[in-house]
Ligand binder design. Structure first.
Ligand SMILES: [Zn+2]
Length: 232
């Protein structure tokens, strides 16, 4: 019976091969989500081993972070871009969970990140959330949480609309402000905690910085940052 099932699943796989979302090759029997070759060859940053890495440096003098991390380097048209694309636009939430597990395993081995208590994903715009139905950064956060023994708080940080005071600004700067304003709904839950803020891709760090502003106003809160990829 077991053998028959294996034959059947091999047959189904032949008709509908599952493809690795990074390289596009067919997955073989024991491979799950991402092929073995990609798991070993995708460009890890190892930022968890370099406290003064390039992402951490971007926050120097702007926001106080304990640690800053990205799992991979992102290159345009590369395999990491394919992965993020499948996570964001093809409904492959399992990519986020798996990458979160991988990142979490690295972070758990780091003295800086192993003390994280709470993980907060950068919230999506409401319209994006309606279109996509899920927040890709939440999937990544959940994967990390499993390895770090931390809790995910999904609804505490929120994007808010432009306030009245911004109505006198130019249209362009008003739009910028609308994009980048965040509030914490329940600051008391984050007091004395080490919070890991997570996003999919970090480039200039401006979104993470905007999220950090209200978080760092909370008493004795320590903040760290983790993303799937760093793009120059
Ligand atoms: Zn692959």
């Amino acid at each position: 019976m077991k053998l028959a099932q294996t034959y059947l699943s091999d047959f189904v796989a032949l008709l509908f091969p599952q493809l690795c979302p990074a390289c596009g090759e067919s997955l073989v029997n024991n491979e799950h989500v991402i092929c073995t070759d990609c798991r070993f060859t995708l460009p890890f940053t190892n930022f968890h081993l370099q406290p003064d890495n390039i992402v951490a440096r971007q926050f120097w003098g702007k926001i106080d972070v304990q640690g800053a991390y990205a799992l991979y380097y992102f290159t345009k048209g590369g395999k990491v871009q394919n992965l993020v694309h499948h996570l964001k636009y093809k409904g492959m939430r399992e990519v986020g969970h798996l990458l979160g597990n991988m990142a979490g395993a690295q972070l758990a081995a780091s003295p800086v990140f192993s003390t994280v208590d709470i993980i907060i994903p950068v919230p999506l715009h409401k319209t994006r959330m309606r279109q996509r139905g899920y927040n890709q950064s939440l999937c990544f956060a959940e994967g990390i949480a499993k390895k770090l023994n931390a809790v995910v708080e999904d609804n505490n940080l929120a994007r808010v609309r432009a306030t009245e005071t911004q109505t006198h600004r130019s249209r362009f700067s008003r739009f910028e402000n609308m994009q980048e304003v965040f509030v914490v709904n329940h600051p008391e839950r984050l007091k004395n905690k080490h919070v890991l803020l997570v996003d999919d891709i970090v480039t200039t760090g401006s979104t993470l910085e905007a999220c950090a502003i209200p978080l760092l106003k909370i008493e004795s809160l320590k903040l760290s940052i983790a993303t799937i990829a760093y793009a120059e």
